[in-house]
Design a binder for this molecule. Structure first.
Ligand SMILES: Cc1cc2nc3c(=O)[nH]c(=O)nc-3n(C[C@H](O)[C@H](O)[C@H](O)COP(=O)(O)OP(=O)(O)OC[C@H]3O[C@@H](n4cnc5c(N)ncnc54)[C@H](O)[C@@H]3O)c2cc1C
Length: 408
């Protein structure tokens, strides 16, 4: 029996899920995982729980190290893959060559830091890895004013996590866009959310573009904005999005746009090399979220083993703000009122008099394609199902204006 030799580069959710899915379907496959990080797979959302003090560093890994042995997965931590030689079908790690039949690039993404003037400074951080979280948690109790640059999901969760662990901290969130959560919310929803956040004592500045990190020496003392305003702070967390780790693929001559371009079988421009998770670009989309990484990994495993499986057709994005007391779920296509409306798109809004609940449904051709649920989390699963399954909603459409309407 021929044993397929699979190498996975990257050991977070995409890499671990694909390796496990291959093992589940093929007991004989030879599977090796190379990871630049020194810790076995840990879910990155847990880093917020760690910041909050809800979990310890030792509890972050999803599987203990001996799980890899039980699964017969060769795990090589702290081993960065340096080069891909597509002609010989091998990769170079720590100067040695390792051969593959199928190669999986699950190299993910890295935190992006815009080119602010005044960098680097020792108290300016990003939050992507355990090491980042440890550094932030060490400095937080010695800080008074934290600036979070970026009002996206991660920025808000980071701010809230720090605030609940260290209630004496003053938090300022600086967002360059028109409103918070530009990718997940419309203007009305963001306005309500901002009100809730401000009630907790945090300060929110929108349309506020950071220009310079202030401070004469090694330490930041605040930021100055392009409009001339100054915000003081003794710790800064930059949460300005991520960029896919495409360097290995680029150097190997694979087709790369923003991410590594993959087809519906998750193959790159080389049919023996697959890409998935944050590093992959499918249909012009780089998701940078866990649900697509899971969907892609399960499909790629079957394709690698030549087992029957439907092609990948995309994932309905669904985001939840994991902040105690703020219920927000945003699913599918959520158009902002500032974007030109696509022909055939209808938006239905519902809001309670006290603005405690705000819902918005986006409908196209009689089907729901997106929704925002703010102040309620009961219906998230049902609404996501309607969107995923493309169910016609004509029968209930007229009732969606009523904030008390419940899906059943
Ligand atoms: C704090 C935080 C909270 C988040 N919360 C959510 C959430 O609630 N919901 C959600 O959907 N998403 C969330 N995300 C995003 C989510 O974690 C990512 O979408 C997910 O981790 C992507 O997984 P991945 O395996 O594709 O890549 P990554 O997690 O980026 O992992 C890639 C791995 O590959 C390694 N690697 C890169 N290059 C090499 C190389 N040359 N050799 C060896 N190893 C290499 C990297 O070091 C890294 O360990 C969060 C992210 C953060 C940071």
């Amino acid at each position: 029996m021929i044993q397929v030799r699979v190498i996975v580069i990257g050991n977070n959710v995409a890499g671990t899920t694909v390796a496990k899915a291959i093992r589940d379907s093929d007991k004989a496959a030879n599977i090796d995982i190379y990871s630049e990080e020194a810790t076995p797979y840990y879910p990155r959302p847990k880093l917020i729980d760690y910041l909050e003090g809800k979990v310890q560093e030792k509890d972050l890994p999803f599987y203990p190290l001996d799980w890899y042995q039980t699964q017969r997965l060769g795990i090589h931590l702290d081993h960065r893959a340096e080069r891909i030689d597509r002609t010989e079908k091998r990769i170079q790690v720590q100067g040695k060559w390792q051969r593959y039949d199928k190669l999986i690039l699950a190299t993910g993404s890295s935190a992006f830091v815009p080119p602010f003037l005044g960098l680097p400074k020792e108290n300016v951080f990003t939050l992507r890895t355990i090491q980042d979280a440890v550094k932030i948690r060490e400095l937080a109790p010695r800080s008074k004013r934290v600036i979070v640059i970026g009002g996206g999901l991660l920025g808000l969760e980071t701010g809230r996590g720090l605030c609940s662990a260290f209630p004496e901290l003053h938090i300022t969130i600086i967002e360059s866009g028109e409103h918070l959560l530009m990718r997940q919310l419309d203007h009305e929803g963001a306005d309500i959310l901002q009100g809730w956040i401000e009630k907790t004592g945090a300060r929110v500045l929108v349309k506020a573009e950071t220009e310079r990190i202030l401070g004469e020496g090694a330490k930041a003392e605040g930021v100055s904005l392009k409009d001339g305003r100054r915000v003081d702070g003794d710790m800064i967390v930059v949460s300005a999005g991520t960029r896919p780790n495409t360097m290995l693929a680029k150097e190997a001559g694979l087709k790369v746009n923003r991410g590594i371009i993959v087809d519906p079988t998750l193959r790159t421009s080389d049919p023996d090399i697959f890409a998935l998770g944050d590093v992959a670009e499918f249909n012009g989309q780089v998701w940078a979220m866990i649900p697509p990484a899971l969907d892609e990994a399960r499909i790629a495993a079957k394709k690698i083993l030549d087992l029957p499986c439907p092609d990948y057709a995309g994932t309905v994005p669904s985001n939840t703000l994991k902040v105690a007391g703020f219920d927000l779920t945003s699913m599918g296509t959520v158009r902002s009122q500032h974007e030109p409306s696509e022909p055939g798109i209808q938006e239905i809004r519902a809001m309670t008099a006290d603005r405690g609940i705000y819902k918005k449904f986006v409908i196209k051709d009689g089907k729901m394609v997106g929704a925002i649920l703010l102040g309620t989390k009961k219906e998230g699963v049902k609404v996501t199902k309607l969107i995923k399954e493309g169910t016609t909603i004509e029968a209930i459409k007229d009732r969606l204006h009523d904030p008390s309407f419940a899906f059943n």
